[in-house]
Ligand binder design. Structure first.
Ligand SMILES: Cc1ncc(COP(=O)(O)O)c(C=O)c1O
Length: 396
């Protein structure tokens, strides 16, 4: 007999979530995740993906992935430290280091995994981590796993960061102190104040850790937020994902060779979990090559981002303080936000609502992620739908 206790826990909690309207029914997408997608047989303009540069469905990447399967098989076969590492993974890491302007890089199975791996390989219970309050869930979990003291810092508040860094340093309680931040914050599209963070880090001898999941491929002509500010020499950890702008799957840390050497012997997801498939590694390497060779994809992303932003702003929508193509439309009240997203869907636009607890109460929003692959016609059509639904619901 299976556990009655577990059954009780699951059914009670699932019922509560459903009653509160908080159970997330996951949509099934019946097409590739491109600028147009199919759901329930309906074609929609897709403004919900992280496929910033359209590379997830790129023909060239599909081709190299197919060839990689023929050359290397469908799986890596074993953990890299046990059975040797496939050349495709080391090539990916060399390319990542070149892309990020660092001495070396190490790849992981996902961006999430990377934060689990990297923070706890370096920080422990005798250390402290200054963490922006809006950091991604994987950063928060990675910090918790390390058992270091987590000191929450008000979002992008440099006075608060300085004060807390000073207190932590002067307390003498900690061996090491780290400051950790998203490069681009995914809910608002704002950019971390890296130059000031790096100054504070220098003043108080902090380790600097930037998770650039939403900045890579987007800022710094594609090389990311650290490059955007010209701070490659001053940031210890540059974290990234291969699943958003790069279009494939996986995560990585780029930094000094000694850091990467350490992660190869002390980060547990690297030591105890099989790497991404050869096709993933080869496709990601190719995607980075494409990005490094030409600015075209990156420039079109910004053009489309600016176009959509202007269109929505001119209609009177509150798009917050985004500095990147991520374009939130802040509606406020949770139910109204969900209703708005539902009406957009009915009118042919897929833009998901994001409400508490993902964002603070009363700041519900529909988040739009324009990509390089959207045409002007698609964006015009989306803006027209926003106008219709916004007027209908009384938001504009
Ligand atoms: C800042 C940040 N870090 C890490 C991740 C996780 O990346 P992945 O999807 O590769 O696990 C995300 C994804 O949403 C993210 O926004």
């Amino acid at each position: 007999m299976t556990s009655q206790n577990l059954h009780k826990f699951l059914t009670e909690n699932l019922d509560t979530l459903r009653e509160q309207g908080l159970y997330n029914e996951i949509d099934v997408v019946e097409s590739p995740n491109g600028p147009m997608i199919k759901l329930n047989g309906k074609k929609l303009i897709n403004l919900s993906s992280n496929n910033y540069l359209g590379l997830a469905t790129d023909d060239c990447l599909k081709e190299v992935a197919i060839t990689a399967i023929q050359d290397w098989g469908v799986g890596a076969g074993a953990v890299r430290t046990i059975n040797g590492t496939l050349q495709v993974h080391t090539r990916l890491e060399e390319k990542l280091a070149e892309f990020k302007g660092t001495e070396a890089a190490i790849s992981y199975q996902s961006g999430f995994n990377c934060n689990m791996a990297a923070i706890s390989a370096v920080m422990d219970k005798n250390d402290a981590i200054l963490s922006d309050e809006l950091n991604h869930a994987s950063i928060i979990d990675g910090c918790r796993l390390s058992k270091a003291k987590i000191i929450r810092v008000n979002h992008s508040d440099m006075d608060d960061l300085r004060q807390k860094a000073k207190e932590a340093k002067e307390s003498g309680l900690y061996n090491k102190i780290m400051v950790i931040t998203d490069g681009v914050f995914s809910m608002d599209g704002d950019i971390a104040k890296l130059p000031e963070i790096v100054d504070i880090a220098e003043e108080f001898d902090l380790i600097t850790y930037v998770d650039d999941a939403h900045g890579s491929g987007v800022l710094g002509n594609g090389a990311g937020t650290v490059k955007h500010f010209g701070l490659q020499e001053k940031v210890d950890f540059q974290i990234g994902t291969l699943s958003k702008a790069i279009g494939v799957v996986g995560g990585y840390v780029a930094g000094k060779k000694e850091l990467i050497d350490w992660l190869k012997v002390r980060s547990r997801p690297f030591l105890f979990s099989t790497a991404v498939t050869p096709a993933d590694a080869v496709a990601a390497t190719k995607a980075i090559e494409i990005l490094m060779e030409s600015k075209e994809l990156n420039e079109r992303l910004w053009e489309n981002g600016d176009y959509l932003k202007k269109g929505l702003q001119d209609l009177g929508f509150d798009i917050g303080h985004s500095e990147t193509p991520i374009t939130p439309c802040i509606i406020g009240e949770e139910k109204a936000t969900q209703q708005f997203s539902k009406r957009l869907f009915e009118e042919g636009v897929y833009a998901k609502s994001i409400v508490f607890p993902t964002v603070p109460k009363g700041t519900g929003r529909v988040r739009n992620m324009p990509t390089t692959a959207h045409t002007k016609e698609m964006l015009d059509q989306a803006i027209a739908v926003y106008e219709k639904v916004g007027k209908e619901i009384g938001i504009i």
